[in-house]
Design a protein around this ligand. Structure first.
Ligand SMILES: C[S@@+](CC[C@H](N)C(=O)[O-])C[C@H]1O[C@@H](n2cnc3c(N)ncnc32)[C@H](O)[C@@H]1O
Length: 250
């Protein structure tokens, strides 16, 4: 039994051994991979596209930049980045190969395969050298990571000095009444939608529970500072349903 076996963490609302969580998250995304893009549109009523565009507006991709898109899944963020930055290159890194397979199909269909690499890897132990990338993005990924501080340290390590981190993640709505309305929607509608469209209620139950467990905007901003990033700021999206966090490796 490993030393980590005694440590626990959360998997949605369940308490699990730390060394079991990654396998459970991998199971969720392996099961949903083929329906992931369509479910994103259905669950968010298309709003995730607006949030990802807001991410690009703030990030302002520049020609020739090297992007590392961690927990990049089917590559949605990378495609947007490349669309705004001629000559840029994206590396999509994700621990679930079946998500990358879906993304690669899309890259081929959109004739962008030569501008992307697809790498299986863990956000907490990235398979890249220090000081390699201009930009690090993680979109709807970090709340699934077992030890978030380890992922943020790895982001800092692989960014070059002057490089930028940007995180898009579900967050907390500062208004209790709005939060209650949102909870009613997410806990009652999303798992049912998951059952109907992807024939998988449990994975979508995990997704909504994991959203509620993620730290609020201020706490997450301080975690980013603790990893070494400077000039850390955040912007709420749709009243705080999601938030963008930005930080720089100076
Ligand atoms: C909700 S999807 C997000 C995909 C994409 N970034 C987007 O915004 O559409 C979350 C992704 O995080 C990946 N993931 C979870 N934990 C990870 C880890 N420790 N390292 C790398 N990828 C991870 C999952 O495999 C999954 O593809």
């Amino acid at each position: 039994m490993s030393a980590d076996h005694n440590k626990t963490t959360h998997f949605g609302f369940k308490t699990v051994a730390e060394d079991e969580k990654a396998g459970m998250v991998h199971g969720v995304f392996s099961r949903v991979a083929s329906k992931y893009d369509i479910m994103n549109d259905l669950m968010s009523m298309g709003i995730h596209r607006v949030w990802k565009d807001a991410m690009m507006d703030w990030l302002a991709p520049r020609p020739g930049q090297k992007l590392l898109d961690v927990a990049g899944g089917t590559g949605d963020v990378s495609f947007r980045f490349l669309g705004r930055a001629p000559g840029a290159h994206a590396t999509v890194c994700d621990m679930t190969e079946s998500m990358l397979v879906e993304g690669r199909k899309r890259a081929e269909a959109e004739d962008m395969a030569d501008r992307l690499d697809w790498v299986v890897g863990d956000a907490m132990a990235l398979p890249f050298a220090d000081n390699t990338f201009d930009v690090y993005t993680i979109s709807f990924g970090i709340r699934n990571v077992t030890r978030i501080p380890d992922a943020l340290s790895e982001a800092y390590r692989v960014l070059r000095p002057g490089g930028r981190l940007m995180v898009l993640e579900f967050s907390q709505i500062p208004n209790d009444m709005m939060q209650a309305v949102y909870d009613a929607y997410s806990f009652n509608v999303i798992p049912v939608m998951g059952q109907i469209v992807a024939n998988d209620r449990d994975s979508y139950q995990y997704l909504v529970e994991s959203i509620r467990k993620f730290p609020n905007q201020e706490i997450f901003a301080s975690m980013i500072r603790e990893a070494g990033f400077e000039n850390v700021k955040y912007r709420n999206l749709s009243m705080g349903i999601a938030a963008l966090h930005s930080g720089w490796k100076i």
